[in-house]
Design a protein around this ligand. Structure first.
Ligand SMILES: NC(=O)c1ccc[n+]([C@@H]2O[C@H](COP(=O)([O-])OP(=O)(O)OC[C@H]3O[C@@H](n4cnc5c(N)ncnc54)[C@H](OP(=O)(O)O)[C@@H]3O)[C@@H](O)[C@H]2O)c1
Length: 348
């Protein structure tokens, strides 16, 4: 089935699935622009039955109540796009995708697996693509990597007449969340306040979120036309030589204890170009700022550095700003590299 034109003629009608931190920011952005939120879903718990506008802090009731995704009737859903912000894992999110696609809604997922579904889980990706094509809708994934890692890498390589190697470096600040549960999950996943032995015992070296950053150079190289043959990565603890205050956890991390994780990786290609990675997700000293940097060793030599002042809004707004692209895209899985660089929604 080819994709039918969007059914609405005005502002895109949005359905939200997952009403946590990012679902709520998405709701606030939509409410601020008067883009209609037509439905919202979450798993069972205290969010069910709450008005989306009040729950999200949009400043007014929107007259749309959060429904339990297991008992809601999706048959009546009239949405142009369904935004999924439940988990990073494609397989776990599949019920959300299929409910939206069966109702004729395009899907944008904020989970990291969705940036490159076929690489993350080829079996589930094939099922998503099949259903999307049957229903004439698009599936895509976006988030903070869209502009700051993936498109930044593609753009800086654009002028090259020769490429010998690529380097990606970044520093992301940890523990900026306000939710106590999310903070504790981040502390555990990236290893804050541990000895090196505890870091290893806690399984921080195997943290799937840290290793998932390897998807970034794989996507960039693929888009540049290279064939990836091998990827290798490991996660190591980051340690400062001075104590650092960590108010969200009510602790001072002494020197020698871990302040987060560093992913070190390399991706090789059939054509001989290698991309190396160093991604740190850790506590920040007062004078540090989040950045993502790509360096192209080639002709010309080029570097690009993106500094992020507001990571959380950026990640939500990347998804939000992809709505028009995804509605206009062909049916099936369409990656952000196929959609082109994103455009602001400031004037929309
Ligand atoms: N793409 C990117 O670059 C990027 C960047 C940052 C974060 N992320 C990812 O984005 C996702 C959302 O982050 P967040 O901070 O918004 O998380 P969050 O605050 O925990 O929100 C997740 C929401 O989804 C609900 N939920 C979880 N599993 C569900 C299920 N199976 N069915 C229905 N609802 C479900 C949760 O319900 P409860 O109320 O029961 O908790 C919660 O309301 C995370 O996986 C995060 O790692 C992606």
């Amino acid at each position: 089935m080819t994709k039918s034109a969007t059914r609405s003629t005005g502002k895109p009608r949005i359905a939200l699935y997952g009403m946590g931190q990012f679902g709520q920011i998405m709701a606030r952005i939509a409410a601020g622009k008067n883009w209609p939120i037509v439905a919202a879903y979450n798993r069972a718990g205290p969010k069910i039955g709450q008005d989306v506008g009040l729950l999200s802090g949009a400043g007014r009731a929107l007259g749309v109540l959060v429904q339990d995704c297991e008992t809601a009737n999706f048959d009546q859903l009239e949405a142009d796009v369904g935004i999924v912000t439940t988990t990073n894992i494609l397989k776990q999110n599949f019920p959300a995708y299929s409910r939206f696609m069966n109702a004729g809604a395009n899907v944008i997922c904020h989970g990291t697996d969705a940036y490159n579904p076929y690489n993350s889980d080829p079996v589930v990706a094939a099922a998503i693509d099949k259903l999307a094509k049957e229903k004439g809708v698009t599936f895509s994934g976006s988030g903070i990597w869209d502009f700051s890692r993936i498109w930044a890498g593609i753009l800086v390589a654009g002028p090259c007449t020769e490429i010998f190697a690529l380097k990606h470096r970044s520093q992301t600040s940890l523990l900026r969340a306000v939710d106590e549960k999310v903070l504790r999950e981040q502390q555990s996943a990236f290893g804050v306040g541990y000895t090196v032995a505890e870091f290893k015992e806690n399984g921080n070296c195997d943290n799937p979120i840290a290793h998932s950053y390897m998807g970034v150079p794989q996507i960039v190289l693929k888009h540049l036309g290279y064939t990836v043959t091998e990827s290798r990565s490991h996660v190591e603890p980051v340690i400062f030589d001075a104590p650092i205050d960590c108010p969200p956890l009510g602790m001072i991390v002494p020197p020698g204890r871990t302040v987060g994780s560093r992913l070190v990786g390399e991706v090789h290609t059939k054509e001989g170009v290698t991309a190396t990675m160093e991604v740190e997700v850790r506590l920040f000293r007062d004078d540090e700022i989040e950045y993502m940097r790509w360096e192209v060793d080639g002709k010309p030599q080029s570097r690009i550095r993106i500094e992020r002042e507001d990571t959380i809004h950026s990640s939500a707004s990347c998804v939000f700003n992809r709505i028009p692209d995804v509605i206009a895209a062909p049916a099936g899985i369409v990656t952000i590299t196929q959609l082109g660089p994103m455009k602001p929604s400031a004037l929309l």
